[in-house]
Write a protein that binds this ligand. Structure first.
Ligand code: AMP
Length: 195
């Protein structure tokens, strides 16, 4: 039973690493970006509401995002743990999550903060734009998303840092090397992997 959050700038590899960690701990990945994108593709009411915001690289309003997360974390597969990717993304969302988890007598066990220099993030995002054709990986939108990361998201590490649950991980290197660094940090917290 483990509750994790992975944080990092766009292009830090957090999506890929998040899947690996979640698999190793036997918990589902809860990615707000994935939920929003799936809704856009399916043309749901939520998808219609968020499409323009995502395409601009801006943040979906907190209330809407937090409602999506509450709903997702209430599914049976998240009862015994989860890995959050992309949420919380600002201090307001941290408070929403705190309140929700406190209502279940739960809290996060660890926050994995992937550290990748800005130049490297931008390079990886350009590559992903070519490989995956995401509508929010254009030059201007990438700049907006990274700016929002610095101003809104990075501060959440200060909040979690005061709780002593942040592990800063060097995100530069081979995928396996970065995964091993994350595992080592979680091992040191006594968090036990199921595989
Ligand atoms: P991601 O795949 O995590 O980069 O998310 C893609 C887009 O979905 C973001 O650029 C935002 O527009 C939106 N989004 C994802 N997570 C959140 C969140 N926690 N709060 C607000 N907007 C979000």
């Amino acid at each position: 039973m483990v509750r994790l959050l992975i944080v990092g700038p766009q292009g830090s590899g957090k999506g890929t690493q998040g899947v690996r960690i979640a698999e190793a701990f036997g918990v589902p990945v809860v990615s707000t970006g994935d939920v929003f994108r799936a809704n856009v593709v399916e043309g749901t009411e939520l998808g219609v509401q968020v499409k323009e915001i995502i395409d601009a690289g801006s943040l979906v309003p907190d209330e809407l995002t937090s409602a999506v997360v509450r709903d997702r974390l209430s599914q049976p597969d998240a009862a015994d743990g989860f890995l959050l990717d992309g949420y919380p993304r600002n201090v307001g969302q941290v408070l929403h999550l705190d309140q929700f988890l406190a209502g279940r007598d739960e809290s996060l066990d660890a926050v994995i903060a992937l550290v990748v220099p800005r130049d490297e993030s931008i390079e990886r995002l350009h590559k992903r734009a070519v490989d995956q054709g995401r509508s929010d990986d254009s030059e201007a939108v990438i700049a907006n998303r990274l700016a929002i990361y610095e101003s809104e998201t990075a501060p959440i590490l200060g909040v979690y840092g005061t709780r002593g649950i942040v592990d800063e991980i060097d995100g530069v290197g081979e995928l396996d090397t970065v995964t091993d660094r994350i595992f080592a940090a979680l091992d040191a917290r006594g968090l036990v992997r199921s595989s």
